[in-house]
Ligand binder design. Structure first.
Ligand code: NAP
Ligand code: 8YV
Length: 322
């Protein structure tokens, strides 16, 4: 068989690029004069794809590489990769779980406090000179004291958020497709049922068809006029148009968002809302955590070349040998 190579469709962080270049097998698609012609001529030599961010790796794309064995995704969320199709065609998809869990949960709690206690607004107030001109920033109407939190998707990140919420003295419940018998939190079979009962809804849910627009106008109405929404999972989980309307009409009190439907585009209407705290998808964005994630991308691909089990295949593509 001809030599097997790695394809990177778009640039990834330096640690990944260097780790893959060291194999002497990396092809960078953006450096090609004619990427389509390259794929046509050498597609059958590609055994591994290194990807991340917003690049769609669907059935049509993977079909161009008949000897593809692994798609290594930079990120624990892999909604941009058709893992079901990959699994049906003997292709492993790997992601970057665990190493980012605590960082993302920290960001979620930061975003929660910023949103509830209006910290960005009060900081803007100081910087604008209003403290001296007008006196203290107004007392916040909302608080974490005595509040309850409902977590949508009690996975690795959801659980790390729950642990932190426990330390803050918040009452915790969750909604997912299945009840988890080994957790001390109240389970709700429906998201709208949970939204009715809690003060704060935090989503740590993955993207994809099964969660698309799960947080819609009905859920936001159920959350109510003092309700807070935090989204640290994926933007597609929230119906952004309904959220903008709910924030504008004070159907809910405020939202803190790290993720958006069409990143990096954030609707102007959302940016203009004072009761929205907006972060540019920074959940895992420290050198420490991103390096650990990047190393996992490299390690999964190196495992393929070494004929070893990949460290972190996703559930849809369990490793059964190369
Ligand atoms: P995980 O451990 O696989 O947890 C995912 C959870 O989602 C599971 O508990 C699952 O529970 C639940 N779930 C799946 N489909 C669902 C559905 N249709 N309805 C309700 N719940 C559903 O993943 P993780 O490591 O916690 O990561 C979660 C997500 O966070 C990632 O997929 C990614 O999108 C996002 N993320 C964001 C950032 C950021 O920077 N903002 C960083 C990392 C990750 P059930 O199977 O019981 O339903
Ligand atoms: C990354 C993420 O920022 O892991 C995920 O699912 O959303 C983040 O950690 C992203 O995947 C990198 O593009």
């Amino acid at each position: 068989m001809a030599a097997t190579y790695i394809l990177a469709p778009k640039p990834l962080m330096p640690l990944i690029m260097e780790g893959l270049k060291a194999t002497g097998r990396l092809h960078c698609l953006w450096e090609m004069d004619n990427p389509d012609a390259f794929i046509l001529e050498y597609g059958e030599n590609i055994g591994a794809i290194a990807t991340g961010g917003h690049i769609k790796i669907d059935a049509t794309y993977m079909s161009k590489f008949p000897n593809l064995k692994i798609v290594a995704n930079f990120g624990v969320g892999y909604d941009t990769v058709d893992a079901k199709w990959a699994g049906e065609h003997g292709i492993i998809v790997s992601n970057t779980p665990d190493v980012l869990t605590e960082e993302v949960a920290d960001t979620a709690l930061g975003l929660l406090i910023m949103t509830v206690r209006e910290l960005p607004q009060s900081e803007r107030y100081l910087r604008a000179g209003h403290w001296q001109e007008k006196g203290p920033y107004p007392l916040t109407l909302n608080t974490l004291r005595g509040k309850s939190v409902g977590i949508l998707a009690l996975g690795r990140i959801g659980k790390a958020i729950a642990t932190r919420c426990e330390a803050f003295g918040l009452k915790i419940s969750y909604h997912g497709r299945t009840e988890q018998k080994d957790v001390p939190y109240t389970y709700y079979q429906t998201l709208v049922g949970m939204a009715k009962d809690v003060d704060i809804l935090i989503s740590a849910a993955p993207g994809g068809a099964s969660t698309f627009h799960s947080i819609n106008a009905e859920v936001l109405k159920a959350l109510g006029p003092m309700g807070i929404l935090i989204n640290i999972g994926r933007g597609s989980v929230v119906d952004e148009k309904s959220l903008i309307k709910a924030l504008h009409d004070k159907v809910i009190f405020a939202a803190g968002l790290d993720v958006f439907e069409d990143e990096p585009q954030v609707p102007k209407e959302l940016i203009e809302l004072e009761n929205a705290v907006l972060l540019p998808h920074v959940g895992s964005a420290s050198h420490h955590t991103r390096n650990l994630m990047g190393q996992l991308v490299v390690d999964n691909i190196l495992a393929f070349f070494a004929g070893k089990a990949p460290p972190t295949p996703v559930a849809e593509t369990p490793f059964k040998g190369w």
